[in-house]
Ligand binder design. Structure first.
Ligand code: NAP
Length: 523
């Protein structure tokens, strides 16, 4: 398929009129064709008008039709074959196997949302039937269901060109909820975005849906992105990226005459606790697991283990010694963009000013390569120095050495909001770990025991969220089927005749939902 460099506004392939960007192969710094001219305020308005006009019919599609749409998107992405893989590899510097795995995850994610839509539990139907004879006052017939918020703006993430981008988790969950989606493509992978965007537009057509269900725009965040977020027809935003970008979008959304929710997943350093009995029993294996998790994908994961916390002593020294020698043999890896590489270098430079260097990976052999780094500091310095808590996006980690359990608790209390917190423990560590749990539950969205935070399962129980700055709204997850809840709101229907009620609320339950009926869950 020839890439056009055009945006997609509904079914129309439209060239942008703004400044053009070209993807860059970060492994070679070579520019890739074609150019992608950015959209204008007028293009944003066209896409929003189409999305708004599609909303009322799309949101009332049957559960079956919407599920089939999500499955058709997955089929169309798979049908892109190797062209998608090759383009994504060229635009991101990520290895083939990683991109192939990510395509599988993206399609599985769409199919998982299809299953969720079909089951209909997310409609969360609650019915309190009328009690006309109730004393002292009668009760009306009250019926609640969830309805979609409206058109959603999605900002594709740089670090997952498929799974968190054009047809990634934000898009899949918004479409599942019944919201049309307008994607602002990430400038780092415009060709990948075009391929996936066209697959999605084909699915819209095949399924006979209104064209405004999906549009894809290019251009700068500060122009196209802000125009999207401030358009009155956009009712929610999904974002993964930097803290400054996420905060800018939150502020723009809150400053609107009608403020809207922004679900921004931003920064997290994902503390990993090494408790004494676990360190003693398997310090070497822990060091291996840590270095593998830290360096995977050049550390470009929001769940990268950027902070290790432990009580100092001989066992910890042994862990550091093994981790250092493994890290010293770990090859430098190409990062996603020159900008991300420069931010990594700056972050490592700042850590070097405030902490002790422990070990470095093998030096770079090519452009934009991340040399892995491990630093160390004492808990007292960590507590006193805010510079040590910032996310360094890439394969850099900081070890915080505590004098005792009490200091470990103080470090934990001092942490900002996190996506994950990991506990490596054995039987003998349970009491110490138990003592940290109330604090960790306040700090993080996912707590792990004896695992590594990288690798986020797409399933019903997953939480990929957490208090600020991990996300802008700690009540939500951006991964897993509960992500659909971000784009829904409840509506209550009082004393409606059955013929006027939506299907989900009709008395004879035509969708066969497990509803909450007069306080009892239906079988
Ligand atoms: P980014 O700079 O936040 O950009 C993400 C998207 O948001 C882009 O489409 C960007 O548009 C837009 N954007 C950024 N700032 C904006 C603003 N002030 N107003 C409106 N739109 C804005 O993220 P990135 O390019 O992926 O990477 C930069 C840094 O973000 C990384 O070095 C890393 O520190 C962090 N990051 C973190 C995660 C994570 O999961 N924790 C993931 C990816 C990146 P433009 O391209 O036009 O700016």
């Amino acid at each position: 398929m020839t890439l056009t460099g055009n945006m997609l506004i509904g079914q129309h392939s439209i060239p942008g009129t703004g400044a053009a960007l070209r993807a860059l192969n970060p492994a070679t710094n070579a520019a890739l064709e074609p150019a992608y001219p950015g959209g204008s305020a007028e293009h944003v308005a066209q896409a929003c008008a189409l999305a708004w006009s599609a909303f009322d019919s799309y949101r009332e599609t049957s559960l079956l039709a919407r599920a089939e749409f999500l499955e058709t998107i997955a089929n169309e992405i798979e049908a892109l074959g190797d062209e998608l893989i090759e383009r994504a590899v060229a635009e991101t510097g990520l290895p083939h196997a990683r991109i192939q795995g990510e395509r599988g995850r993206t399609c599985q994610q769409l199919r998982t949302f299809a299953r969720t839509v079909r089951a209909g539990e997310w409609l969360d139907v609650r019915i309190d039937t009328a009690q006309p004879g109730r004393q002292p006052l009668p009760r009306a017939d009250l019926r609640q269901r969830q309805v979609p918020l409206g058109p959603v703006a999605v900002f594709g993430a740089s670090n997952f060109p498929l799974a968190f981008s054009v047809a990634g988790g934000d898009t899949a969950s918004a479409l599942a909820a019944g919201c049309p989606v307008i994607v602002k493509a990430h400038g780092a992978h415009p060709g990948t975005s075009e391929l996936v965007g066209r697959a999605l537009a084909r699915a819209v057509k095949q399924c006979g849906l209104p064209e405004g269900v999906f549009s894809l725009l290019y251009g700068s965040g500060r122009e196209v992105g802000i125009a999207l977020v401030t358009d009155p027809r956009i009712k929610a935003v999904g974002f993964t990226g930097s803290q400054s970008g996420g905060i800018a979008l939150c502020q723009a959304a809150q400053a609107r005459p009608e403020p809207i929710p922004v679900y921004a997943e931003m920064s997290s350093i994902n503390p990993v606790y090494l408790f004494p009995a676990a360190l003693k029993a398997r310090g070497e294996a822990l060091a291996q697991g840590f270095v593998t998790s830290l360096t995977q994908g050049a550390g470009q994961f929001c769940t990268n283990p950027g902070l290790v916390i432990a009580v100092q002593g001989a066992q910890l020294e042994q862990f550091v010694s093994v981790a250092s020698s493994l890290l010293q043999r770990s090859p430098a890896q190409t990062m996603l963009t020159p900008g991300i590489f420069q931010a990594y270098e700056a972050g490592v430079g700042a850590l070097a000013e405030h902490a002790h260097p422990v070990a470095s990976g093998l030096p770079a052999q090519g452009s934009n390569q991340c040399q892995a780094q491990l630093f160390s500091t004492h808990a007292q310095d960590f507590l006193a120095n805010p510079h040590l808590q910032g996310e360094v996006f890439g394969a850099a980690a900081l070890l915080v050495q505590c004098v005792d359990d009490g200091e470990m608790r103080r470090v934990t209390e001092h942490l900002e909001g996190q996506l994950t917190a990991t506990l490596h423990l054995d039987e003998g560590d349970l009491e110490q770990a138990q003592g940290l749990l109330p604090t960790l539950e306040r700090k993080a969205g996912r707590l792990l025991v004896n695992g590594w935070p990288t690798g986020v399962e797409v399933c019903d129980a997953m939480v990929h969220g957490g208090p600020f700055p991990a996300t802008s709204d700690s009540r939500s997850t951006s991964v897993g089927t509960a992500a659909i809840l971000r784009f829904l709101r409840p509506v209550c229907y009082q004393d409606f005749p059955d013929s006027l009620l939506p299907e989900a609320l009709k008395q004879d339950n035509p969708l066969a939902l497990r509803r909450l009926l007069d306080g009892q869950r239906e079988a």
